[in-house]
Design a protein around this ligand. Structure first.
Ligand SMILES: O=c1ccn([C@@H]2O[C@H](COP(=O)(O)O)[C@@H](O)[C@H]2O)c(=O)[nH]1
Length: 233
């Protein structure tokens, strides 16, 4: 059984770098996320290579389209053998329900289906600019409620919202949190951040970590240090 909490965001522009990293770590020490950059460069072939190496792969393409299109995209993701796939909660309950329905044909082997709430790179001002008058915490809570009501397995949110969402949606509702920064790491474009230890204490299920690992001089060692810090609690 894989109880790794860290999902490494493989945001590389080189397939060689991504596979070298994958070959330098144990598939039980982390899960891997393939996002828009790598999928656009290297497509399903890369995902299949990672799955073949026994990694749990989170395909982070954040589907957001009409319900039929998103449902079919979820089927295509499941056929790649990914562990987790996501859609945007702001696509609405019809879109989320259709995604879940589309995955039922895979039975117990279906990927975990989660919904993006408010991107962790967004502040209150960024949200207001898009016409949303709620705070990030309020909007995350609203969209998480919609995702839960639509039958999804969980949401992408920031670790800052984790305690409230576990109370609101229950402990089984998966919380997947980017915006994780070990102490001293550059924040970059992330706005709503927490350290790995804070995120663990807040109750997140999986923490997505990219640059602090992938841009480290020794990415495998950076992952190891984060995993060790999580074991110390
Ligand atoms: O709200 C979101 C949703 C997805 N992401 C993705 O997570 C990683 C984070 O990478 P870092 O280098 O650790 O910032 C990246 O692939 C994003 O596309 C997110 O950050 N926030």
């Amino acid at each position: 059984m894989n109880d790794a909490k860290v999902v490494v965001a493989l945001d590389f522009d080189s397939e060689h770098k991504a596979l070298s990293f994958a070959d330098s770590v144990d598939p039980r020490s982390c899960r891997l996320k393939v996002g828009k950059e790598m999928f656009t460069y290297f497509g399903p072939a890369l995902v299949k290579q990672l799955v073949a190496r026994d990694f749990d792969v989170f395909l982070d393409l954040k589907f957001h389209d009409i319900p039929t299109t998103v449902g079919r995209a979820c089927i295509a993701a499941a056929e790649l053998g990914v562990w987790m796939v996501n859609v945007h909660a702001s696509g609405g309950s019809k879109m989320m329900r259709e995604s879940l329905e589309a995955l039922q044909q895979f039975g117990d082997d279906r990927p975990i289906l989660i919904a993006v709430t408010v991107l962790t790179s967004m502040s209150a001002e960024d949200l207001t600019e898009t016409g949303i008058r709620l705070s990030p915490a309020e909007q995350v809570s609203y969209l998480a409620g919609l995702a839960k009501h639509s039958g999804l397995d969980g949401v992408v949110c920031s670790a800052q919202e984790a305690r409230t969402l576990k109370q609101q949606c229950g402990t089984d509702f998966k919380l997947v949190t980017p915006g994780i920064r070990p102490k001293g790491a550059a924040q970059g474009d992330q706005q709503r951040v927490m350290t790995p230890q804070q995120a663990l204490q807040a109750g997140v299920d999986y923490m997505v970590i990219g640059r602090p690992i992938t841009q480290a001089e020794d990415p495998a060692m950076a992952l190891d240090q984060i995993n060790q810090s999580l074991q110390q609690g």
